[in-house]
Design a protein around this ligand. Structure first.
Ligand code: SF4
Length: 368
């Protein structure tokens, strides 16, 4: 098990600014005002010094919030701050919203080695986009994809949501087809959830029922698989093996570092959660929670993440991490659920991830 002083290969950086607050979103975000962004960039530099980061990462993910909302000058400053850690980067992802990524920013991203973009499309439907307070159209998505491809950034992922207000099966189907028409190789599908504190929550919005939820997901999976996509993780689809390396690290339960508000990091059993408060962050109180998991918690988190993917749980790595074999640790639960798994080389894979939650309940209940 690694200690908190050993290097990790993956870094997440949270840009906590948005143009507006989408009605469903409870991510950590503040309005994108210079009076917040300028001190945030300064604080970010201090956090890096505080955490004594002095090495390069294999994957870096700049997420948000809306990283693309930063002005060209602020974006350059952010990329310059992170540059010392990018020397060996294999995958450098940047999250963007279509209305705020112009040609100048795309040039800058390309100059700094960004090679993957995760674009928030959510739906093609103008009425729904307006209802959820998104400020772009499908045409903006198309133009953004074009301007990225022209600059050689072809590793593009689109986020779509199902279960949105006014969205029916047909509308969602159209969104998937529109996304496919852009010839991209990665799509993430998220079921709408109702989070406390969001506008939708206060509007007493009722989520779609479980059957429609399942129908939407199955329909999307079917269309995407026919188009050559692998459902490589519960919510993620890729073709030509354009998997998200950064997210695969999460699912593989590798260690990762984290910078900026609300970001969480992991080194072995050690965890930290950064503050969600800009004021605390500016004061230099970066970390809000620090704790150690016990072996049972870590092992369960590990299997919960790894069973989500088509690659499953790496049994050799599991034994190395916890000094005990998976079959020994989870003897009873595995015996009960044996027929739900398939072993591929040294990996244990869930056959039908639609019942993953039921399977996990048995592993959660297992006594050691
Ligand atoms: S969904 Fe994205 S753009 Fe919308 S408020 Fe949340 S972080 Fe900001």
């Amino acid at each position: 098990m690694k200690t908190k002083d050993q290097n990790s290969k993956h870094l997440y950086v949270h840009v906590p600014f948005c143009k507006d607050f989408c009605t469903y979103c409870d991510f950590c975000h503040y309005l994108a005002k210079d009076r917040f962004i300028i001190p945030w960039l300064k604080a970010l530099k201090k956090e890096i010094a505080f955490k004594k980061m002095n090495y390069s990462y294999e994957t870096i993910y700049i997420g948000g919030g809306t990283p693309s909302i930063l002005s060209l000058a602020h974006l350059r400053e952010l990329l310059e701050i992170l540059k010392p850690y990018t020397e060996n980067v294999l995958e450098y992802t940047f999250e963007a919203n279509p209305e705020s990524l112009d040609a100048f920013k795309a040039d800058l991203l390309s100059d700094y080695g960004i090679n993957r973009i995760s674009l928030g499309m959510q739906t093609h439907d103008a009425k729904i986009l307006k209802a959820i307070r998104r400020h772009h159209s499908f045409d903006d998505v198309r133009k953004t994809v074009d301007l990225l491809k022209i600059r050689g950034i072809r590793n593009i992922s689109l986020d779509l949501i199902y279960g949105l207000p006014f969205q029916d099966l047909f509308s969602f189907k159209q969104s998937i087809e529109k996304a496919l028409s852009l010839d991209i190789d990665h799509i993430s599908l998220y079921a709408l959830t109702l989070e406390r504190g969001t506008s939708l929550y206060h509007q007493n919005y009722h989520l779609i029922d479980e059957d429609l939820d399942a129908d939407m997901y199955e329909m999307a999976k079917d269309i995407l698989e026919k188009a050559g996509f692998e459902n490589y993780e519960v919510s993620n689809f890729a073709r030509h093996q354009s998997y998200s390396l950064h997210n695969l690290a999460y699912w593989n339960y590798d260690d990762y570092d984290a910078l900026s508000l609300s970001a969480s990091g992991k080194r072995g059993l050690y965890r930290y959660d950064n503050t969600k408060s800009l004021i605390e962050y500016f004061k230099g109180n970066y970390i809000e929670n620090e704790y150690q998991l016990d072996l049972k918690e870590a092992a369960f988190e590990n299997i919960m993440m790894s069973f989500r993917t088509q690659f499953g749980l790496d049994l050799g790595l599991f034994a190395k991490r916890y000094k005990v074999s998976f079959f020994e640790l989870y003897q009873k639960a595995f015996e009960k659920r044996k027929s739900d798994f398939i072993k591929i080389a040294d990996h244990l894979v869930v056959k039908d991830r639609a019942i993953l939650n039921d399977i996990l309940l048995d592993f959660m209940d297992q006594d050691f």
